[in-house]
Design a protein around this ligand. Structure first.
Ligand code: NAP
Length: 351
C-alpha cells in the first residue's frame, strides 16, 4: 500500500479505538508525571480535565495538556466530560475525592495512601460495595515493576521452595520540608507493606518498629533510620530497613529467602564502567526514574481494564490493609511491642 493509504488506515484504527476521558486532581510532582503518561504513553486515555487547590497550577497544566482547568476537584468529578478520575493531590484529600467519585459511579485511581485512616478506607469499601461495582484502584505501582513481577512468578511457580522470610530496604536521599517520623511508614514503607504481602500471597499477623542507632546525616528532627518487622499468618518474617534521608542513593532492595533458594530484586539497568583499576556502576537518585516503566505499565493496564469493565489492579481492600498495617507499626513504636494486625472478613468483591 502507499504511505498515504497506510496513514489513513492508522487514522481509522485510532478512531475506532475506544478512549477513556480522564480528569486528574492534583497537579504537583506526580500529577504532572501522570498527565504526561496519560497523554503520551497510554493510547486508551485522553486527559479532559485537571484541578488543583492552587488554581494557577491547574491552569498551567491545562494549557500544557490542552484540557479544561476545573475550579475544584468536585467540579471535575461531576463533569460529563470525565469518565475516570486520577487523584494525585496531597494525602489528606484522597479519601473525600475517592468517595465523591464513587458517589458519581465513576472509576477512580488514587495514589497511595488510599486514606489517612483505616476507618476512612472502610467507608470507601462500604461505598464501593453499595455501588455494587469495583471502581477503585490504588497506586501501588511496584506490582507492575518487571523485577517484582519476575520474583512473584519465581515464588508462585515454586522455584525457591516455600518462602521463609524477606529482607528489604528502602533508602532515600532526602525529604521535602515538614517530613515527620510517621511518614516513614505512611509515605515510604507503605510500598514494602503492599509488595511483601503481594509477593507472599499472605496477610500480616503482627507489626513492630525496632529502634536503631540514628544517622547523623538526617537533615530533620524525625527518626532515621527505622527497622520495620512484619510477620505473616503462616509465620514468615519480613524486615524492612527504612532510611528516609541521607542515604547514598535511592536504593530499593528485596530478597525473598525460600527453603530451596533466594530470589532478589534486580537493580535497574545501568552501564558499568571499568577504568583506573576499578569498576563503577551508577545508582539512581530519583523515584520517578527508578519506577518509570512500572508507572507506565500500571496506567496502561488500568486503562485497558476499565475499557473491559472494571479495574484489576490493587483494590480498596489493598489500600485498607496497608493503612491497618501502617497503624500497627506506628502503634508499636509507642508500645515498644509487636502489635497484632486484625482484619475483618474480606468482602467477596476483592477475592
Ligand atoms: P505535590 O508535589 O505536593 O503535589 C500535590 C498537589 O496537589 C499540589 O499541587 C497541591 O497544591 C495539590 N493539592 C493539595 N491538596 C489538594 C486538594 N485538596 N485538592 C486539589 N489539589 C490539592 O505532591 P506529590 O509528590 O505529587 O504527591 C501527590 C500524591 O501522590 C501524594 O499522596 C503522594 O503520597 C503520592 N505519590 C505517590 C508516589 C508513588 O510512588 N506511587 C510517588 C510520589 C507521590 P498545593 O501545593 O497548593 O498544596
Amino acid at each position: 500500500s502507499t504511505p498515504s493509504n497506510s496513514s489513513a488506515a492508522s487514522d481509522v484504527y485510532k478512531r475506532q479505538k475506544q478512549q477513556l476521558r480522564v480528569g486528574v486532581i492534583g497537579c504537583g510532582a506526580i500529577g504532572r508525571e501522570h498527565l504526561r503518561r496519560l497523554t503520551d504513553v497510554v493510547p486508551e486515555t485522553i486527559v479532559t480535565g485537571v484541578a488543583d487547590y492552587f488554581l494557577p497550577a491547574a491552569q498551567s497544566a491545562a494549557e500544557m495538556f490542552h484540557c479544561t482547568a476545573f475550579q475544584t476537584g468536585e467540579d471535575l468529578i461531576a463533569s460529563p466530560d470525565v469518565d475516570a478520575v486520577v487523584v494525585t493531590s496531597a494525602d489528606p484529600s484522597h479519601a473525600a475525592y475517592v468517595l465523591e467519585a464513587i458517589r458519581h459511579k465513576k472509576f477512580v485511581f488514587c495514589e497511595k495512601p488510599l486514606a489517612q485512616t483505616a476507618e476512612e478506607c472502610q467507608q470507601i469499601i462500604a461505598a464501593e460495595q453499595a455501588a455494587g461495582k469495583k471502581l477503585v484502584q490504588v497506586g501501588f505501582m511496584r506490582r507492575y515493576d518487571r523485577g517484582y513481577m519476575a520474583m512473584k512468578h519465581a515464588i508462585s511457580s515454586n522455584e525457591i521452595g516455600a518462602p521463609l522470610m524477606i529482607h528489604a530496604a528502602h533508602r532515600n536521599m532526602s525529604q521535602a520540608p515538614g517530613f515527620e517520623t510517621d511518614y516513614a511508614v505512611t509515605r515510604v514503607a507503605i510500598h514494602e507493606i503492599d509488595i511483601c504481602r503481594w509477593l507472599l500471597d499472605d496477610e500480616y499477623a503482627t507489626a513492630q518498629v525496632l529502634g536503631v542507632r540514628q544517622s547523623s546525616r538526617t537533615s530533620g528532627e524525625w527518626l532515621n533510620p527505622q527497622i520495620m518487622m512484619l510477620t505473616t499468618r503462616s509465620g514468615q518474617r519480613i524486615d524492612v530497613e527504612v532510611q528516609t534521608d541521607g542515604a547514598y542513593a535511592y536504593d530499593i532492595q528485596c530478597h525473598v529467602v525460600g527453603e530451596d533458594g533466594i530470589v532478589s530484586l534486580p537493580d535497574p539497568t545501568s552501564v558499568t564502567k571499568r577504568a583506573a583499576a576499578a569498576t563503577h556502576t551508577p545508582l539512581m537518585t530519583d523515584w520517578k526514574d527508578r519506577f518509570i516503566e512500572a508507572y507506565d505499565i500500571e496506567f496502561q493496564e488500568w486503562a485497558k481494564s476499565l475499557l473491559n469493565g472494571a479495574p484489576t489492579g490493587p483494590s480498596a481492600w489493598d489500600g485498607y490493609v496497608a493503612c491497618v498495617t501502617g497503624d500497627a507499626l506506628i502503634r508499636s513504636r509507642q508500645t515498644g511491642k509487636p502489635e497484632d494486625i486484625v482484619l475483618p472478613e474480606k468482602p467477596e468483591m476483592y477475592e
